[in-house]
Design a protein around this ligand. Sequence first.
Ligand SMILES: [Zn+2]
Ligand SMILES: [Zn+2]
Ligand SMILES: [Zn+2]
Ligand SMILES: [Zn+2]
Ligand SMILES: [Zn+2]
Length: 434
Amino acid sequence: MKKATLVLFIILLCIPILFACDKKCSHEEMSESQIAPTCDKEGYILRQCEDCGAEFKSDFTPAEGHDLSSSIFSPTCNDEGYTYYSCECGYSFKSDFVAPIAHTLRSELHEPDCVNEGYTLYSCECGYSYKSDFTEPKGHTTVQKTTAPRCEEQGYTTHSCLVCDYSYISDFTEPTGHTFTKKTTYATSFSDGHTLYSCGCGYDYTADIVLSEYIFHGAYLDNAGMRAQGIDVSKWNGTIDWEDIKAAGIDFVIIKVGSVYGIDPSFEENYRGAKAAGLDVGCYIYSYALTVEEALAEAEMMLEWIAGKQFEYPVYFDLEDSSQKSLDSALLTDMCIAFIEKLQSNGYFCGLYTNPNWLTNILEADRLTPYFDIWLARWTLSGEPNWSDSFGAHTGIWQYTDKGTVGAHTCAFDMNISYKDYPRLIKDWGYNGY
Ligand SMILES: [Zn+2]
Ligand SMILES: [Zn+2]
Ligand SMILES: [Zn+2]
Ligand SMILES: [Zn+2]
Ligand SMILES: [Zn+2]
């Protein structure tokens, strides 16, 4: 009740105030201005009371309407065409729309390759494009090439595409390793030996160095009092019963191979028989050489005759023929050296057969005995080599008589004693076919 009373009171209080104001201005002083019409608004006369500010509009003139200019925009592939209308007042609008024109498509065929699909590319000058009509990739056309393994390189198969540069490698195989051929340079009395191992690939290395010194001088340190019994034979001994020789206690035989006049007719048979009976075998050539060249020719002959055989005892150059006695000492010595070195360098343990007279009076012993094994003929029972004399110290075998008898044989034999373990040395060093 109280609230309603208050509202009524406020209303009653306001009414006189409102009427009082309205009644207060009689708009005696009026200003007048003409408002021009615009494109979209009416023009009019505006009168305004200078006292209270009240405005009054009258004498309306119609809006002038827009002064439109138009421009035509052609349609493109992507956008509609239209006409653009605009008035200087800023008013504008678009109308007269025209549908976009179709793309002018050009087609371009892209063939498939090994890994990419083929397709047709359709494109319009406007930039629009798309791909269609896809075809499967062709896949690689591979060929295989196998590279064989080499000594130090793996083998493999290369798969490569004939069309593109795609390739891959597979099927690796291990390197083969080197295949060596051995070439032995034998030690001689004057030069060291070695073996060259070489592979077809070009790789090679040298091993098995054999010092000349060790081979041809070291042997003398090794005799240690050993004595082996031997004979030497040629066709003059006739047919030999080798089992009987062996049974008689003979350990070795030095067999004549031949001379410049030809191979000894018994050589092959003697070699086979002695070997079969278990004797150790050496051999010799009887020299008629008068020059170094002839001595070398005899060496070639000997090499040919003994090729493929194995000898546990040395091969000897037998220099004693009366036709040679008158030759110059230096020449005879050169002949010995040439022959022996030739045999040595072909892998033979080669020595010199001679006697004290030749060593003392005919040959230059100081060029021979320090370097080569001597098979010394000295047919006196008191002639056993004196290890302290100049040639005795280098004597490996002493031939002490030419009138020996052995077993049941009626012929006379040359008898020998060997002071060196030739079979062991020769086998150890790989000479004479071993
Ligand atoms: Zn007024
Ligand atoms: Zn306008
Ligand atoms: Zn287009
Ligand atoms: Zn390919
Ligand atoms: Zn190789």
